[in-house]
Design a protein around this ligand. Structure first.
Ligand code: FAD
Length: 116
């Protein structure tokens, strides 16, 4: 029942947003056209400007200045996103995620087939 739902806090918003960002990276083309690369760059720049958590957006913009989005391939983007998320994990005292596992987590699922 929609009337009982609350607006998202930083955590709910964060979880939903990472789901979107990692999944988008997991399905980005292996060989994106120059146009796709520039669209992805502007998407991420715009995103970091309007992310609706002030301190998170500021932090993200700073990190993107030091380490700009890598949009040359699906693998590059997935790893870059994983690295960004790990910087936030570090800031919040959370465990670091093993970036070798991004495809398993966000696209393929585990080999035991329980997500098929
Ligand atoms: P989340 O960190 O939301 O992760 C969700 C799932 O992603 C995990 O369960 C795991 O399976 C997977 N995962 C974890 N790390 C990685 C990785 N490196 N690569 C791929 N998959 C991974 N919160 C703040 O308090 N301060 C901030 O400055 C802040 N900045 C943020 C900036 C952005 C761009 C976003 C999207 C969120 C930010 N958040 C911030 C929210 C924060 O990152 C978490 O989303 C929130 O604390 C909820 O954490 P969680 O433990 O549920 O897991």
């Amino acid at each position: 029942d929609y009337e009982k739902e609350c607006p998202p806090d930083k955590e709910i918003l964060g979880r939903a947003t990472w789901t979107f960002l990692h999944t988008m990276a997991a399905y980005y083309p292996d060989k994106p056209s120059p146009m796709e690369q520039s669209t992805m760059k502007s998407l991420l720049t715009s995103f970091s400007q309007f992310y609706p958590c002030g301190p998170c957006a500021e932090h993200l913009q700073e990190e993107m200045k030091v380490d700009p989005p890598k949009v040359e391939s699906r693998k590059d983007l997935s790893w870059w996103m994983c690295g960004m998320h790990n910087k936030v994990n570090e800031l919040l005292g959370k465990d670091k995620f093993d970036c070798n596992k991004v495809d398993e987590r966000w696209r393929d699922g585990p080999s035991d087939g329980r997500c098929d």
